[in-house]
Structures are given as structure tokens and as C-alpha cells.
Design a protein. Sequence first.
Length: 399
Amino acid sequence: MAKVGDLSLILKLLGGIIIGALLGFVANESVMNVVVSVRHIFGQIIFFLVPLVIVGFITPAIVRLGQNASKILVVGVLLAYVSSLGAALFSTCAGYALIDHLSIATSTETLRKLPEMVFRLDIPPLFSVMSALTLALVFGVAIAWTKSETMSRLFEELERVMTMLVSRVLIPVLPFFVGLSFMGLSYEGSLSRHLPVFISMVLIVLVGHFIWLTVLYGIGGMVSGRSPREVFRHYMPAYLTAVGTMSSAATLPVALSCARKSRVLSRSMVEFMVPLGATVHLCGSVLTETFFVMTLSQILYGALPSVSTMLLFCVLLAIFAVGAPGVPGGTVVASLGIVTGVLGFDQNGVALLIAIFALQDSFGTACNVTGDGALTLMLEGIFNRNGELDSLQNPSEQA
């Protein structure tokens, strides 16, 4: 049963989604000028803090993991890659089985353009998400190797500071950011114009997400010997946040809060794998893009790619996903080189892929975020099966 705090966050997120979508249908240009400006400011605040959250959580988590940190890092990244590759191969098989039986129309109509911002406040992050991840990993491993007590205490203090910022700034801002984002989508016409056109593709992909999550959590349960339901049942707030923000990075504070509530996950492993997964584990986005490129190839070029071409594409796409930014559309943007180079898409094909991907990007991101819980469960089974890390829990408040 959800706690009061969880229920409150869920209701706020749902309220933001529904109210934002409805207001977007009736808003005029003057209103949207303000909406676009406010949404931009909220987004700037979120994305300024996200790299700091990564450093503040991953570094002390690695320090607490001690001498096994480097080994756990390699395994964590490998699990993320294998999950994305498996999702791509699964989607490829589904594509060959289903696409020939679909009749999907397309539409290249231009969406209604959002107005210019009346006020723009840019708050650039101190460093990128990938730089933050690299910094956290390098410092964490180095501190673990040198056993520096001073640096360990410094990052423990940083963790407490970031926990407070998450609970008092990031999480309260998210429902407003989600609502304003949906208002923009509704105003543009994305929620009405393109949905009927690509409904079959989107529905198939959504089913694929839940099938893949079932596979991941099933494997996580077998590897760890613990109940996957005890992890999955806490993830609804993170799933809804990801649906609204379309960003694994922006959803990170809520995902951490959800994973910490599970009784079968240690805090050290949660604070290591969940931020890491937000950057390198994009299984839902990979599954989506794979099915979409196959379908668009059939629609635009009259044939599905060959099996050998798709295998090469899947292997490379999973690699690009590990390094893709955890921001809206990060996977498809990072992979445009192999979409054109391996699959031979022209400009029209690329434009259509980006447009359709954006239509469901929020659900792919939600699959990515929720899947991080399964990978954390796998790491528990590999490195903490008997609860060795439970004594390393940090007593600081949960976000």
C-alpha cells in the first residue's frame, strides 16, 4: 500500500498531466508565452541540480562500497548494455513478426509552433551529466583506493546537502514542470494530431516495454533470490514523473526516493546503480527506436532491413545508448549517425523518426527508469546476496 507521501506525489503528477493537457487545448499565444518561459526556468533549475545530484550520491556510494567499487562499476555498466542489447534484439524479433501485418498511415503535417519566451533565464549546469558521472566514478574509486577519511566525510556531507535539495526543491518543482510540459504538447497538437496516425506502433511498443520489464525483474528476482515485486511496487511515482519529464536525469530524484523504500535493496547499491542507470541504462528507448526504424523502413522504403543489418544496428545502438544523455530524445539524437549510416535513412526518414519517437518518448523513459530497479536487484544478488552491505547504510534522511 502506498504511503501518504507517495500518494500525494502521484496525485500531483497526475493532476499536472491532466490539467496541463486540458489547458493546452484552450490556451492562446499570450498565455503560452508565459507558460514557455516558466517551464524553461523550472527546467533550468532541474538540469542545473541533476549533475550535482549524481556527484553527491554516486561518489559516497562508491566510497561505501570500498575495494569492490571498480568491479561493481564494470558489472553495472555491463548489465545496462546487455539489457539494452536484449531489448533491441527482442524488438527486432517483434518487428519481423508483426510489421508485415500492420497497416500504418503517416502524417508529416507541421505541428503548431510554440511562441517565443517573453523572459529567458539560462542557468547552465556546472558540468554535463556525463562529466558528472565520470567525476563521481573517478573520485569514488580514488577515495576508496586511498581510504581518505577527509574526502569521505566531505562527500558524506555533500550527500546530505543534496538529499535536502532533492526533497525541498527538485521534487516540489517536478509536478509543475510536468504540467507545463504537457500543456505545451497539447498546444502544439502532439496529443491529438499524431496520436491517431501512429497508434498501432505506440501501443505495440508500450506492450513491449512491460514485457521487457517483466523479463528484467524476473531475472533480477532469480539472481538475487529476493522478491522483485518489493522493488517494482514502489516505482509508480518514478514512472509517472518520467512520463511527464521525458528525462531519466530529471526523474532521478524521484527514482532514488522510490528505490530506497524497497526492503530488499541496500541503500549503498541503490545510490550507486540508480544514478548510474539514469545515464547508461536506456532499454525502453532502445526497444522503441528499434521497432520504429523497422516500421518506418517498411513505410518509406518498402522493405524491412535485412537480419544482418538489424543485428549490427542493435549492437551499435546499445553502445550509443550507454553514452546517450538522459534527456528527452537523447537516445535517438545520439544514434542518428547509425540510423543514416547503417539503415540508410534519408532526411525525411530521420525527421519522421524524431517526430514519432518524441510522441512516445515519455513512456520509453519511464521504462528506462523503472528498469533501473531490476538492475539494482541483480547487483544485490551478485555482490550483496547475503546482506554484507546492509551495515554500510547511511543514516541520512531519505528524499
